[in-house]
Design a protein around this ligand. Structure first.
Ligand SMILES: C[S@@+](CC[C@H](N)C(=O)[O-])C[C@H]1O[C@@H](n2cnc3c(N)ncnc32)[C@H](O)[C@@H]1O
Length: 271
């Protein structure tokens, strides 16, 4: 059953084309934009999919944002992982309800949000970030998503840590390590210590040189404990549907990042 929009919810007001406005509903407030004004009170009490009309006659559809829509509009400190890649990361890292996941760096918290939802209320995400100013932005983004987006769903326990994973991590026996860092090969000692046997390490990097260096470092120094299982790139092409014109969009984000996956193993000697 659909639930009516309530005060203090975060909603999107969607117009024609790609126009989309994010509004946190506060009783008594107005939302002003180029096509007039909308009283928040006119939105509170509506159902998702209803239309609201501005003072200048512009009609906007009221919807709760999906996770990827929220991520696209949230405040950014660092560059975020694109939603198409987040989807693949959840699958390739096999994130499951109840998992203990170690992540670095937290950045703006986009991937953290997706991990928290995927581990469910019995899981935990421990996320390291070395820049406190980014951590503060991420914390606000994460808190806002799970508190203000009423269709966000439940989340696992979140532990945010300020620290450098190239130096060390305190965690042991985690199920998954997810790294979105410029030099992931420098974190391999931390990964070896933190990840349980059979656990998955996944690294996300924009350039193939980073993937090359990571592969070489594993070959030379970490072959005894990490087995590379695959390197992937995700393509997603959006199409434009306008009357009789149906074709791929002219503009597209072609390359975002590579996804590198390895599993923790022991060879007989090491055990
Ligand atoms: C590309 S951003 C991560 C974006 C994040 N995955 C998201 O989706 O919002 C990389 C982050 O790693 C952090 N970082 C870089 N080296 C680090 C290290 N050694 N330990 C912890 N964090 C680090 C940076 O400060 C930056 O915030």
């Amino acid at each position: 059953m659909s639930k009516r929009i309530e005060a203090y919810e975060l909603v999107h007001l969607v117009g024609g084309g790609s126009r989309r406005y994010q509004v946190l509903l506060q009783p008594g407030s107005d939302f002003s934009f180029t096509h007039g004004k909308i009283a928040h009170d006119d939105v509170i009490g509506l159902e998702e999919g209803d239309t609201v009309t501005s003072s200048l006659g512009e009609r906007l559809i009221v919807l709760r944002p999906t996770m990827s829509e929220y991520i696209a509009k949230m405040k950014k400190g660092s560059q975020i992982v694109y939603p198409k890649d987040i989807a693949a990361i959840l699958m390739l890292a096999d994130i499951f309800p109840g998992a203990r996941v170690l992540e670095a760096g937290t950045g703006s918290g986009a991937l953290t949000i997706a991990l928290l939802r995927a581990v469910g209320d019995t899981g935990v995400v421990i996320s390291y970030e070395r820049r406190p100013e980014f951590q503060a932005i991420a914390e606000q983004n994460i808190e806002r998503f799970f508190r203000d987006v009423k269709c966000a769903g439940g989340s696992g326990k979140l532990i945010l840590k300020t620290g450098d994973v190239y130096e060390s991590v305190e965690e042991r026996e985690v199920d998954r390590v997810i790294l979105d860092l410029p030099e992931p090969w420098r974190a391999l000692r931390s990964v070896e210590q933190a990840l349980r046997p059979g656990g998955i390490m996944l690294c996300y990097n924009p350039t193939v040189l980073q993937i090359y260096k990571l592969t070489k470092r594993i070959e030379r120094k970490y072959g005894h404990c990490l087995r590379v299982t695959g390197v992937y790139e995700v393509g997603m092409r959006e199409w434009e549907i306008k009357g009789r014109s149906m074709r791929p969009q002219h503009r597209a984000i072609v390359h975002t990042g590579f996804i590198f996956v390895a599993r923790k193993i022991y060879n007989g000697d090491e055990r």
